[in-house]
Write a protein that binds this ligand. Structure first.
Ligand SMILES: CC(=O)N[C@H]1[C@@H](OP(=O)(O)OP(=O)(O)OC[C@H]2O[C@@H](n3ccc(=O)[nH]c3=O)[C@H](O)[C@@H]2O)O[C@H](CO)[C@@H](O)[C@@H]1O
Ligand SMILES: C=C(OP(=O)(O)O)C(=O)O
Length: 417
């Protein structure tokens, strides 16, 4: 079992380049099935989830190569519509294969997806959208067997702006007969990145980034090259990591507009932020102040994927902060671990009250999920003494060379196999 060992107390100072976004590359990788040709993706992060998606693509006959953050997929050799269960169970994002496989082959057999334990994650909205496009879905023994002879454009009203359901519906509709309109669509920047990739292949998608997306079905798609957008959650995580240590940083390859809700809370906590076109500078004040309300919401609200890391920061802030997690039911698994370091946090249902303490102390901890695990590393960077975080397999689902990037800023962190 791999672990991070962190000797806390070093201020993080320096400059970093942020890589491509996990939540953009995963649906785009699934989308590469659609064109039946080559797709070349630049700035792909080397993540466990990306490896899993590559394994899935290979298992259904695609040719894939991945070197120096350039990923190439040739889906002309696609030969199977059955996605191996052990791979599907490794991550939630395997569900993104549904839309593209139905569009390309008219069928898919897939098990229910796995992923981090952050509360129930139903897929009813995905299935409802696919059914509206004409798909027949049989659910039995933990598997979904889906078939469609002709996908037909339709109007889809999402009951909730689910990121994944919006993307799956877009992917299925790209080659449907006629036009599809998705109402109450999620507005996350990663959906705009998916639209950009799809349109490079010749799809006709518009409206991503707003709550209404329109897809005019096309008959065939071309080969494509695309640069994956920068990871806004990785950027936010490094800003919080620097702030918790009282440091100073310049981040390159970030889109300030994508992380406004995070920047706004960092400013409230006293951090000085300077924004340029694709760069952010952060300087920490002598004492971080508590931010009274952090409520997670769909984009452009405060991202649930930054709740844990921001909570780590608030454990050493002056004053009391209140978190409300509105997206996932059980996304406070980092709390019991932070408490072992001396943090003062009380959870009642979806609300967590964090009273800042003077210092955290190093402890032996376990990462229970991706962002919660990253939050423990952040706390370890600020703590007195040594912190050991095990189960880092969760962290490595979403952070490419997390230890090396932190080390580049002056952290004392070691990865032990
Ligand atoms: C790969 C990826 O992009 N993952 C992100 C995506 O996950 P994901 O696409 O799974 O998140 P959704 O937006 O779908 O989920 C939001 C909420 O809707 C619920 N829901 C979702 C689908 C459904 O069919 N039924 C249903 O009830 C979920 O349980 C959750 O409570 O958005 C989340 C919310 O910003 C992020 O935390 C994840 O990092
Ligand atoms: C929950 C997350 O991802 P996923 O949807 O891939 O599990 C995340 O990125 O924080």
């Amino acid at each position: 079992m791999c672990k991070f060992v962190i000797n806390g107390g070093n201020k993080l100072i320096g400059q970093l380049r942020i890589g491509g976004a996990k939540n953009a590359v995963l649906p785009i990788l699934a989308a590469t099935v659609l064109n039946g040709k080559e797709s070349i993706l630049y700035d792909c992060p080397a993540l466990k989830d990306v490896d899993t998606m590559i394994e899935i693509l290979k298992s259904i006959g695609c040719k894939v190569s991945f070197e120096d953050n350039v990923l190439s997929v040739d889906s002309s050799t696609l030969s199977s519509h059955e996605i191996p269960e052990h791979l599907v169970r490794e991550m939630r994002s395997s569900i993104f294969l549904m839309g593209p496989m139905l569009a390309r082959c008219g069928k898919i057999k897939i098990s229910y997806p796995g992923g981090c334990e952050i509360g129930p994650r139903p897929i009813d909205l995905h299935l409802k959208a696919l059914r509206e496009l004409g798909v027949t879905i049989n659910e039995a023994h933990g598997f979904l067997e889906c078939e469609v002879s002709d996908l037909r454009g339709c109007e889809i009203q999402l009951d909730y702006p689910s990121v994944g359901a919006t993307e799956n519906a877009m992917l299925a509709a790209v080659m449907a007969k006629g036009a599809t309109k998705i109402r109450n669509a999620a507005k996350e920047p990663e959906i705009v990145d998916l639209q950009t990739y799809l349109n490079v292949t010749g799809a006709k998608v518009s409206g991503a980034g707003t709550s209404e997306i329109v897809i005019e079905g096309v008959e065939r798609l071309q080969k494509a090259e695309h640069h994956i957008m920068p990871d806004r959650i990785v950027a936010g995580t490094f800003l919080a990591a620097v702030a918790i240590t009282g440091g100073e940083v310049t981040l390159d390859n970030v889109v300030p507009e994508h992380i406004q809700p995070i920047l706004s809370k960092l400013k409230e906590s006293g951090c000085l932020i300077l924004e340029k076109e694709r760069q952010i500078k952060l300087k920490t004040p002598n004492q971080i102040r508590a931010v009274d309300m952090i409520k997670t919401l769909p984009y452009p609200g405060f991202p649930t994927d930054m709740q844990a890391q921001f909570m780590a920061l608030m454990t050493v802030a002056k004053g009391t902060s209140i978190f409300t997690e509105t997206i996932f039911e059980n996304r406070y698994k980092h709390v019991s671990e932070l408490t072992r370091m001396g943090a003062n946090i009380k959870v009642d249902g979806r609300v967590a009250v964090v009273k800042g303490v003077k210092r955290l102390t190093g402890a032996k901890l376990s990462a229970k999920d991706l962002r919660g695990g990253a939050a423990l590393v952040l706390a370890g960077l600020a703590a007195e003494g040594t912190t050991v975080v095990d189960q880092i397999i969760h962290i490595e689902r979403g952070y490419d060379r997390f230890d090396k990037m932190l080390e580049q800023l002056g952290a004392q962190i070691y990865r032990i196999n």
